[in-house]
Design a protein around this ligand. Structure first.
Ligand SMILES: Nc1nc2c(ncn2[C@@H]2O[C@H](COP(=O)(O)OP(=O)(O)OP(=O)(O)O)[C@@H](O)[C@H]2O)c(=O)[nH]1
Ligand SMILES: [Mg+2]
Length: 383
């Protein structure tokens, strides 16, 4: 009984709540947010500026991959097209048609695009920002929505400048940014990011994500963070921290404080939550087969996948759920392996183990996935 109580106390402490009922509710809310909060990203700008390419790059798809946005073709659609993130389906990128002629009022445009459904707008230009971009930004501001300017195709600028004598990359980038800011002087504190969709992880990509993370409401931050490509160790650490913070909630939701049944505790909550939790980490860290194969091709290291020795990665890959949900059927191999991470737990008895044990199991598993992702980053030269 004493150990049962100390287990409940540990759960209450982790939740910062006074009763198990409140703690469980909080945990359920947190897990629901982690898995299901929607994030709608609007990408707009003139034709040919690289909207579709940017969307594909964020989704880590090549333009000829299945489900990728078509690039290099002038699209005639006047409607927004939505693209679900391939592994984090609650994140949707919207490819908006260009604003068109200056006569076409920004206000009408936003109304037609149903501006209210977007969490923020990315306004892309591949040269100077023009009147349309500025009008649009002003109108978005009036609607109290967030907007960011992306100056695209930076790789092209660098390539062109590289040929010149006295080329200095930082100076070139700084000059491009100064020019953008000059174009946007009618906008108060414009946020401008220099991006290449050919090499999404370079230039200002990380700054863009950091800015978004600091501007977005808390519950939206985790959707963004889960879905973005990992460009550095510090980005990976941010992802790890997010999952670490949610681990107590996953432990509690898995119903491990079963010794003291809680009225209102959802019966749907069981060990499959643990598998769903790790499956999210697995995709978010880019450890799934598709992501690894793509990266292996890009960096020309066909042996990349075999450099990952983690049994947890192997077990999660074998489960190979194309889609995941909280109700995902618990993968036996995954659970069995997870249990082996905590001494004394034995084989797949996850449903019967304590809160403290489950939390340890989650943290150990998370550490293993982090280490696997670090190997990938090192192989990709992104350390
Ligand atoms: N080098 C380089 N080329 C890019 C980049 N982004 C886009 N492009 C190229 O620019 C062309 C236009 O890109 P899209 O992504 O189709 O542009 P879009 O804004 O979607 O164009 P519309 O759909 O017609 O409005 C394509 O040939 C892309 O390959 C980039 O960051 N670097
Ligand atoms: Mg397009």
């Amino acid at each position: 009984m004493a150990s049962e109580n100390s287990d409940i106390n540990a759960a209450l402490k982790a939740a910062g709540e006074s009763t198990l009922k409140k703690a469980t509710r909080k945990a359920q809310r947190q897990i629901d947010q982690l898995f299901n909060v929607s994030l709608n990203i609007a990408v707009t700008g003139e034709s040919g500026t690289g909207k579709s390419s940017f969307i594909n790059a964020i989704r880590e798809l090549n333009s000829d991959d299945e489900g990728a946005a078509k690039t290099g073709v002038t699209e005639t659609t006047t409607e927004p097209t939505s693209y679900e993130h391939p592994t984090i389906p609650n994140v949707i990128l919207w490819d908006l048609p260009g604003i068109g002629t200056p006569k076409f009022k920004a206000r009408t445009y936003l109304k037609r695009m149903q501006f209210n459904r977007y969490d923020f707008f990315i306004i892309i230009s591949s040269e100077r920002f023009k009147e349309n971009d500025i009008m649009l930004a002003k109108e978005i501001k009036k609607k109290k929505k967030l907007f960011y300017f992306v100056r695209s195709k930076i790789d092209n600028d660098i390539r062109a400048e590289e040929k010149k004598k006295n080329f200095n990359k930082e100076e070139t980038l700084s000059q491009i940014k100064i020019n953008c800011l000059e174009n946007l002087k009618d906008i108060e504190n414009p946020k401008v990011f220099l991006i290449s969709s050919e090499n999404i992880k370079a230039f200002d990509f990380e700054k863009l994500i950091e800015t978004l993370l600091s501007d977005l409401p808390h519950h939206k931050q985790s959707a963004l963070l889960q879905s973005v490509p990992i460009s550095s160790v510090s980005m990976l650490k941010k992802k790890v921290k997010m999952f670490e913070k949610a681990a107590w909630a996953a432990a509690l939701c898995s119903g491990v404080v079963a010794a003291a049944p809680v009225p209102g505790l959802s019966v749907a909550c069981d060990a499959s939550i643990l598998v769903a939790f790790f499956t999210r980490c697995f995709y978010s860290f880019g450890l799934d087969n598709k992501s690894l194969q793509k990266l292996a091709e890009r960096i020309n290291k066909p042996e990349l996948e075999s450099s990952i020795k983690s049994p947890l990665v192997v077990a999660l890959a074998a489960k190979s759920t194309a889609r995941l949900s909280v109700s995902a059927v618990a993968g036996g191999a995954v659970l069995e392996y997870l249990c082996s991470l905590v001494p004394g737990v034995g084989n797949a008895a996850a449903a019967g183990i304590s809160f403290v044990c489950t939390l340890t199991l989650l943290k150990n598993g998370l550490k293993e996935l982090e280490n696997a992702a670090l190997v990938v980053l090192r192989e990709a030269g992104l350390q």
